[in-house]
Design a protein around this ligand. Structure first.
Ligand code: PMP
Length: 428
């Protein structure tokens, strides 16, 4: 929903609304709730969908006869890579199946770029006077935290309905050779739900940049996580980079964390042949090979691309009602008040709620006071600083449906209370 202009209210009407909200808030606090909407975790029921994996694999031989119990196979089982090649838009030969966390692959990519030399780089990032990444906002707090940990400067770029504002991205990437990367969650973005438009992807692939070792960190974490019958399709970044003479520009990441087990899935890295050789060269120094038993278990369980799609439909059946509940309750409680706008995503794990400027921290704090835990306001922005103090991330997948309903109704009460207090303050 878009922000609607607040209805014109008299001071008395505004005071009455604030008093209403305060009464509701006090009743909410008295209920003594304890609800958690902080992290985008699958619920126990979602994890149950993959329970059969605990009895797999039934054998130990890979398709090519490899004994998966033994060492080796650094790039991961090719039959597993084949299942994910289409949805991640990476040819099987250029896809790596690794351990259980794509975040750790992003971490390692940065560490190797720091301590080793990326294809095309003039020097190690550790030897650069300064390193900066472009961060479309709102974005994913763990991307930002990872950069902060290594002293990489974070430069916010506004998001549009089609992805990052490419006029800003193109200008900054061209004028500053210390900008070495950009974070992108191209499909059902965390937290806005935006999927990048074709023109955005083409411009990212084709734009001239100042740094010869510029990389797009393409975190396609929600590639198959659709909530509707019309799955979002995004353009093929890797192919477009190649076509536009920038073959080494894209680092593609993904994982089965929100497909099978969040703590026991498989993570993927895909890129040009040169980048894959670069990563595997360093990876060979830290492991003799990945957990191929887990790879095999995933192959037996998911079978093929159709099996994957069918499995994701079962996830959708479980989480769609929760997203619908958020939309219904926010519309009922806040629609037409001018106090908030929110996303209605077609996939992914998050809803982004924008409240009146200067209100997000107070809403989160009021919610905490009523036993409703939300992701800290500001987490969606670099350094935890949302300059408008407006964006709140809602993660509805983990709690049961009735808990989501309670929590969102309570959150809406907090938005009404803080919003009307803000308007009163401005009116006085
Ligand atoms: N990227 C994004 C955009 C995410 O939302 C998440 C999980 N919240 C991750 C990465 C984490 O992925 P993994 O479990 O593969 O480390």
């Amino acid at each position: 929903s878009a922000f609607q202009a607040p209805p014109v209210l008299t001071l008395d009407e505004l005071i009455a609304q604030r008093d209403d909200a305060l009464r509701d808030y006090e009743a909410l606090v008295r209920r003594g709730l304890s609800l958690d909407l902080t992290r985008g975790k699958p619920s126990a029921r979602q994890l149950d969908l993959a329970s059969r994996m605990l009895t797999l694999p039934s054998g130990h031989k890979a398709a090519d006869g490899t004994d998966c119990r033994n060492y080796g196979g650094l790039q991961g089982l090719s039959e597993l890579r084949a299942i994910f090649s289409g949805s991640l838009q990476v040819p099987v030969a250029q896809l790596v199946a690794a351990g259980n966390s794509s975040l750790s692959l992003m971490h390692d990519s940065i560490v190797h770029a720091m301590l080793g030399r990326l294809p095309g780089a003039e020097r190690r990032w550790a030897d650069e006077p300064r390193i900066a990444f472009l961060c479309p906002v709102p974005g994913y707090d763990r991307h930002f935290a990872l950069c902060e940990r290594f002293g990489i400067e974070l430069i916010p770029v506004p998001m549009t309905d089609e992805g990052p504002d490419m006029d800003v991205v193109e200008r900054l990437a061209l004028e500053d050779p210390q900008i070495k990367g950009i974070w992108c969650v191209p499909k059902y973005s965390n937290p806005s739900g935006v999927s990048y438009g074709d023109e955005t992807v083409r411009r990212l692939a084709a734009m001239p940049v100042a740094a010869p070792d510029f990389r797009i960190f393409w975190d396609n974490a929600y590639a198959v996580h659709h909530l509707t019958d019309t799955p979002a399709e995004i353009a093929d970044l890797l192919a477009l980079c190649e076509e536009n003479g920038n073959p080494d520009r894209a680092f593609v990441f993904g994982s089965t964390s929100k497909i099978t087990f969040a703590g026991g899935g498989v993570a993927f890295f895909g890129s040009s042949a040169a980048n894959v050789a670069w990563l595997l060269g360093y990876t060979a120094k830290r492991t003799i090979g990945p957990d191929k038993i887990n790879h095999l278990r995933h192959v037996e369980f998911l079978r093929d691309e159709d099996g994957l799609a069918e499995h994701m439909r079962h996830h959708r059946e479980l989480i769609r009602p929760k997203f619908d509940a958020v939309e219904t309750i926010l519309t009922k409680e806040l629609g037409g008040t001018g106090l908030a706008s929110w996303s209605n995503p077609a996939g992914g794990y998050f809803i982004s709620l924008d409240v009146l400027e200067g209100c997000a921290r107070e809403v989160v704090s009021r919610a905490a006071g009523a036993g409703i835990a939300l992701t800290p306001a500001g987490a969606t922005h670099p350094y935890g600083n949302d300059p408008r103090d407006s964006t709140i991330r809602i993660a509805p997948t983990y709690p049961e449906l009735d808990e989501v309903e309670l929590a969102i109704t309570g959150l809406a009460t907090c938005v009404r209370l803080v919003g009307t207090e803000k308007l009163l303050e401005q009116a006085r």
